[in-house]
Design a protein. Structure first.
Length: 300
């Protein structure tokens, strides 16, 4: 019996009831995964953009730091090896050529040529490696904390290698002439030893001073160092050969087989360099950032 004024509603079939119930039951379950999937896609895109921005904003040198560092070290070592090769080739080569042509190369030319060569090397390679081209200059810089100790061994290796290669080339070109330009104690063992101590003290003192005052001296450091080498050679060359550099002496000695006086040209420059380091500390105290930059170079 129906209520007056209200039409009877048609009865729903069991199938339609089941479908509507199923839709009511599953509809909420389907919407939730869809909303989660849309949210996940939005979060993924947001994270992707954030990661892309992070990569774009990351410092580019961070990825290449190791390669750049290795390249800088290689350049420093190459500069030191070539510089020491050039110094030994010119210094020892001047003596060899003078022995072959005594009327063509004067004594003054023999001792001034290494000074000019060092001047040129400092101008051309100083900003790359510091232009030590002398193992005990490297040692002095390290003792002054101008130069990192971890690089000392590499510098020593290429410095001695460059000197030996220069002596080998001189022997190949001219034969065993003039002891291949090896520095010999003409004035006696002790005179030569003391002379090498004093000469190296002068040289390293000038080098440390110009490195510390690089803002004042600037490129004129090359002139000061080269002039010191020439000056030492002019008055002390006849006594000890004015080596001041164990690599320059040991290279020709090893190739020529002159082993007896070798210790003089190691002990003398070593003592002189140590004295110069102590003297520099007394005069100027600890090192400066300018000295560190001058001693280390920038690797090109």
């Amino acid at each position: 019996m129906s209520m007056p004024g209200k039409e009877p509603s048609p009865a729903q079939s069991p199938r339609s009831q089941g479908q509507s119930a199923s839709q009511r039951i599953t509809g909420g379950q389907q919407s939730a995964p869809n909303s989660r999937s849309h949210s996940g896609r939005r979060n993924g895109r947001r994270n992707g953009r954030r990661n892309g921005e992070d990569l774009a904003n990351a410092p580019r040198h961070a990825v290449k730091f190791t390669d750049v560092s290795t390249l800088a070290i290689t350049r420093r070592l190459l500069a030191e090896g070539v510089g020491t090769f050039a110094l030994t080739f010119v210094a020892a080569g001047a003596n060899v050529v003078a022995a072959l042509y005594p009327d063509k190369v004067s004594f003054a030319a023999q001792v001034v040529a290494p000074g000019l060569l060092v001047m040129v090397v400092i101008y051309s390679l100083g900003t790359i490696s510091g232009a030590h081209i002398n193992p005990f200059v490297t040692l002095a810089f390290a003792l002054r904390a101008d130069f990192p100790w971890r690089r000392v061994w590499g510098y020593w290796l290429v410095q001695f290698a460059g000197a030996i290669l220069a002596a080998l080339l001189l022997r190949l070109l001219f034969g065993d002439v003039g002891h291949l330009g090896a520095t010999l104690p003409h004035g006696g063992i002790w005179q030569s030893l003391v002379m090498e101590v004093i000469l190296t003290f002068f040289l390293v003192t000038v080098i440390l001073a110009t490195a510390t005052n690089t803002q004042i001296v600037g490129h004129n450091a090359a002139i000061a160092v080269g002039a010191t080498i020439a000056l030492d050679g002019l008055f002390a060359g006849p006594v000890s050969g004015a080596s001041m550099n164990p690599a320059r002496s040991l290279g020709p000695m090893l190739v020529a087989g002159q082993f007896a006086p070798m210790w003089i040209y190691v002990a003398g420059p070593l003592i002189g360099a140590l004295l110069a380091v102590g003297f520099a500390y007394i005069l100027r105290g600890p090192t400066t950032p300018q000295a560190r930059k001058a001693a280390s170079g920038d690797g090109g």
